[in-house]
Design a protein around this ligand. Sequence first.
Ligand SMILES: Cc1cc2nc3c(=O)[nH]c(=O)nc-3n(C[C@H](O)[C@H](O)[C@H](O)COP(=O)(O)OP(=O)(O)OC[C@H]3O[C@@H](n4cnc5c(N)ncnc54)[C@H](O)[C@@H]3O)c2cc1C
Length: 337
Amino acid sequence: EIWEEKGLMGSSRTAVRSYQHRPVLRFDGEAFRLKRTGELVRALLVLRLCAWPPLVTHGLTLLSWSRRLLGSRLSGALLRASVYGQFVAGETTAEVQDSVQRLQGLGLRPLLAVPIEEEPGTDRGGEAWYEGNLKAMLHCVDLSGLGGNGQGPHAFSSPQDTHERLTRAAEEAERKGLGFGVKLVRGAYLESERALARERGTADPTQPDYEATSRSYSRCLELMLGHVCRRGSQCQLMVASHNEESVHQAVKRMSELGIPLDGPVCFGQLLGMCDHVSLALGQAGYAIYKSIPYGALDEVIPYLLRRAQENRSVLQGARREQGLLSQELLRRLSRSP
Ligand SMILES: Cc1cc2nc3c(=O)[nH]c(=O)nc-3n(C[C@H](O)[C@H](O)[C@H](O)COP(=O)(O)OP(=O)(O)OC[C@H]3O[C@@H](n4cnc5c(N)ncnc54)[C@H](O)[C@@H]3O)c2cc1C
């Protein structure tokens, strides 16, 4: 009822249900019980492999060696059973549909990611490049029909804003009565952004260190949640982060501000990463989207390597997730309840 008065998003039934049953969130791996044993084993092996820095740095070179040594068929099969299977929804419409259904069965929502790669600052230009991108986007729109029932994939897009720019933009949208949507991400393209700034002789656009980045993320999160609280569904936020602290902060403040679980705030994480957090959020009734890339092996590998480089710290820090996966596998082996 409180939310109805404030005009927050969602039907009054959703609001009341969320208000009455706000669950305590624990990212303790309990949600892994929902996964098949094969999926747990693959996740454990792939996450271990991805925490090995040379694999992420020299991925393409290693791939061409493996093709030369094993042949492209065997090396392709190994990739499909491991990295591709873990992080990619599939190649054909049927494969993507199957992945989407599996996610939905676990309480997760699909967010189709078009695997297009471009270095920041490069000017590729040319009709063929734009035509290629347009084709990929239209294919994504076609696939977006897979979700059905209004809970299907959404396309979000937003720049990586600093607190100041975000404040100005949000206030301007509020003044003009415009809807405002933000996907809040923490850092990206760190090395290339710095190299580009050096080359151009401009100021380094990145934060001085990780702690400063996290402080900025936390302030931006607080700012956006305040706007959501005031403006309801006129303001939408995706907390796109694998960071448990950021997710905890969002969940805690949503509760304090009376923002419904499945309303104008949602969470976003990448397919195959941080599943202990995604599953716990989904099971608790929060709107959690998994970003799912799709496409042929050769097209998706450069995209995956880029994501792995951006998420190097996440992958190296995935020890906790690996521990939770091992714990669940051991529990199944010992058949404890
Ligand atoms: C659903 C989803 C959608 C995404 N969409 C985009 C997108 O559209 N565009 C995009 O660029 N990225 C996108 N990302 C990637 C995102 O920007 C992060 O790279 C990634 O999520 C890792 O951050 P984290 O909060 O999950 O993890 P954490 O481990 O908490 O943070 C790691 C991040 O901090 C950054 N960082 C560390 N030090 C600094 C510094 N000094 N200055 C600046 N940054 C620093 C790193 O580059 C790394 O990205 C997306 C991520 C998700 C989950």
